[in-house]
Design a protein around this ligand. Structure first.
Ligand SMILES: Nc1ncnc2c1ncn2[C@@H]1O[C@H](COP(=O)(O)OP(=O)(O)OP(=O)(O)O)[C@@H](O)[C@H]1O
Ligand SMILES: Nc1ccn([C@H]2C[C@H](O)[C@@H](COP(=O)(O)O)O2)c(=O)n1
Length: 420
């Protein structure tokens, strides 16, 4: 076993590797002895002259790994020759939390191996990336995995061949293993820690931290009801929250709060770890504002923690709804240190009507909202994640009737639940 590999990829031979090809995940494992079996799906369509590599981002602290994962894709896309295909890849210990390591699978069908090898060599010398190559055996059936470049693997005693064999789909989608504290944060301290560590590379992080409430100020529950309105883009949240504010004489707040607006676009460019921590902190700032206003009047909130968690989970996990963490999973639990609203309403809308409203409104969509339009599965995952969040769970309201009817429907719910 290679020393460098062991330190970079702990439990190397117990790991499963997954490659996302044409929207489906293909799994394989490695073993020291070949015990027969089929060729893993990902290698079945590889032609004789194609060369395959895996690139796993597996050293440095988690902020550096998260940043480098995105940079690596950009670098590869910029420099690889035509004829090279890149697919998202990961390696994980089945059902072991926090064991996921992300990377890319590279199939090189270009004429010459030299440009790709030059680029890979440079990466292994300067960047926190572990490269393996895959070789086809003479009978065309067996594939082996080797640490790359070969010269280095000799130096680190990598004498064995690791045979590549198909592996079954694990019980949990690999991305689910790392959701907690990488995509969804369950305490102010955990999100704070990420943004604080970004201070060196993102100067704006310091300004964001300055806006946070002092942790010493533990607030008591607001005297008045706190009603959160959730839903995908253009489901009518702004229209409804403004009407509720006027009808109930309430205060209207938003998450992320207005004071974070100058930095939102900056953090939207960052990888999920940093971007989601930013939105998580936004909820704590809004919670502080709710605590103050809720002592005086009812409070209406346009998006809150349900949005932060639902979008994060639905983005981290690809594919059909069955890939989401199962209902009741700890991933859907409400953070114990975050103010709990009295009522959370989820507005739902038929996708065609939502698109019609988006077109009529004519405003720019965020990148994630564009994704909602193009990717029906993503939209379904976000809505399902909303529904699975508990403590408090959301109550779904059909937002397709005219605005005044939606308002009446929600007022009924509020009167029933919040005694207003
Ligand atoms: N019940 C309704 N029936 C018909 N049109 C509506 C209704 N509610 C809102 N609209 C219209 O749909 C569009 C989107 O509504 P709105 O801006 O309130 O959605 P939103 O959920 O706040 O969107 P975003 O999250 O992007 O801010 C607007 O043009 C609005 O006038
Ligand atoms: N509390 C919040 C509010 C928003 N987000 C993220 C989720 C989407 O990417 C995007 C939607 O916001 P909008 O376009 O409606 O302003 O912002 C979040 O994570 N948490």
């Amino acid at each position: 076993m290679a020393r460098r590999t062991m330190s970079l990829l702990p439990q190397w031979t117990s790991r499963v590797f997954s490659v996302e090809l044409d929207g489906a995940l293909h799994y394989f494992a490695i073993q020291e002895k070949h015990r027969g079996g089929e060729v893993p799906g990902v290698f079945r369509k590889v032609r004789n002259r194609d060369r395959c590599y895996s690139l796993l981002v597996c050293s440095g602290d988690r902020i550096r790994r998260a940043k480098f994962y995105g940079e690596l894709r950009d670098k590869l896309q910029r420099h690889l020759s035509p004829g090279c295909d890149l697919s998202p890849m990961s390696s994980f210990l089945p059902n072991v939390k926090d064991s996921l390591i992300k990377g890319y699978f590279l199939k090189d069908s270009s004429e010459s191996s030299s440009p790709t090898e030059r680029l890979l060599r440079e990466l292994t010398q300067h960047d926190p990336v572990l490269v393996c190559s895959y070789l086809r055996g003479e009978d065309g059936q067996l594939w082996t995995q080797h640490l790359w470049p070969p010269a280095e693997s000799q130096l680190v005693e990598m004498s064995k061949d690791y045979y590549v064999v198909p592996s079954e789909a694990p019980e949990y989608h690999p991305s689910v293993l790392n959701i907690i504290n990488s995509d969804v944060f369950y305490s102010l301290d955990d999100a704070y820690e990420v943004i604080k560590k970004c201070g060196d590379i993102i100067p704006e992080a310091k300004s964001v931290l300055e806006l946070l409430p002092s942790r010493a100020e533990a607030r008591s529950k607001p005297d008045h009801p706190v009603i959160v309105i959730e839903g995908l883009d253009a489901t009518g949240k702004t229209t409804l929250t403004e009407s509720l504010r006027d009808t109930l004489g309430a205060v209207l707040l938003r998450s992320p709060p207005q004071c974070l607006s100058p930095w939102r676009a900056r953090f939207d460019q960052e990888p999920p770890l940093i971007r989601r921590a930013f939105y998580a902190l936004g909820n704590y700032i809004t919670a502080e504002q709710i605590g103050q206003q809720g002592m005086k009047t009812p409070v209406i909130v346009d998006r809150f923690w349900h949005s932060t968690a639902a979008y994060a989970i639905a983005t981290a996990v690809s594919g059909p709804l069955s890939n989401l963490p199962t209902e009741g999973s700890e991933v859907y639990r409400w953070p114990s240190d975050l103010l709990q609203p009295s009522l959370v309403v989820l507005l739902t809308l038929d996708p065609e009507e939502r698109k019609r409203r988006l077109r009529n409104r004519g405003l720019d969509e965020t990148k994630e909202e564009q994704e909602l339009d193009h990717n029906q599965l993503f939209r379904l995952r976000v809505e399902e994640a909303y529904r699975r969040i508990s403590g408090p769970a959301c109550i779904t309201v059909d937002a397709s009737p005219p605005a005044d009817q939606v308002l009446q429907q929600v007022l009924l719910l509020i009167r029933g639940k919040c005694h207003l």
